[in-house]
Design a protein around this ligand. Sequence first.
Ligand SMILES: [Mn+2]
Length: 323
Amino acid sequence: MNENIKEAIAKASSILITTHIYPDADGIGSQISLCLALRELGKQSICFNEKELLERYKYLDHKNVVHSIDNISDHNFEPDLIIVVDTNTKERTGSRMLEYYETNNTRCIYIDHHPCIKEVSENHFIDTTAAATGQMAGELIQSLGVSFTKEIALALYTAIIIDTSSFRYPTVSSRTHTLVSKLLETGIEPTVAYNGIYGTKTIKHLHLLGKILSTAKSNEAHDIYWIVFNQADLENFDTDIEDTHAFINHLLILDNIKVACMIRDDGDFVKVSLRSNGQCDVGIIAQKLGGGGHSHSAATIIEKTKNLDIIIEETIKTIESLC
Ligand SMILES: [Mn+2]
């Protein structure tokens, strides 16, 4: 456990917790659980993000602790510490949050499991071996001496199932399951947690998934598979980008697959998401393609200066050469 973070928390009396833009359940679950735990310690703590919490995550926020940074003036809240979870750059928390740091100059600490530069890893709480930021938040909460409530446990458990794609990634360790065991002792139910995060889709979502999967392609060696979709698909099936994040995981059931690839054509840019079955380091591949991430899960954004087919061909060749 990084002592800096515990010391910073001990000194602070009001703490703002934020996460990255387009937050996922790891960012949200980590911030909610930390916020509730810090309140148990008598700290004034509120979560502010670039945008309001999406409707689909509200079941994780019974106490209504997550707000948009636009509304901070309604809260009579002047934090002496900012904790950023699940990312390690201020830019990733969004333009309005950036403005806030610049005007307030408050001390800021990252809690994150993404790779980062040495200067950041030395001065913040970074653990690239953690399966989720939720795992780090859970261990931090334990070391602060706060008992898990059902609300804290559901937020952390959800963070961990999302970031491990239900315990399938190589980052899952005995540490992960030791924490999960403590979370389940609070009485939260895996079925409820699983259905809350995964079991809420519409039939249109399923139809879009069906369309995209039916056009999946592979390289000659049948060890790299990819799926492609664009903005028109999202509109036609009344689905938003956040809903498509897990589509790529369906490819990982394929025999002999090394790398799964999801390509989203956004018009001016192409987002390429990568997942590994454990044999190749997709973090390195994503870096080569101008992006980054974990060894099992990474992504990049490519400017669309060429025809999409050519971008795909070049991307698959790069993956083959590094795998
Ligand atoms: Mn994460």
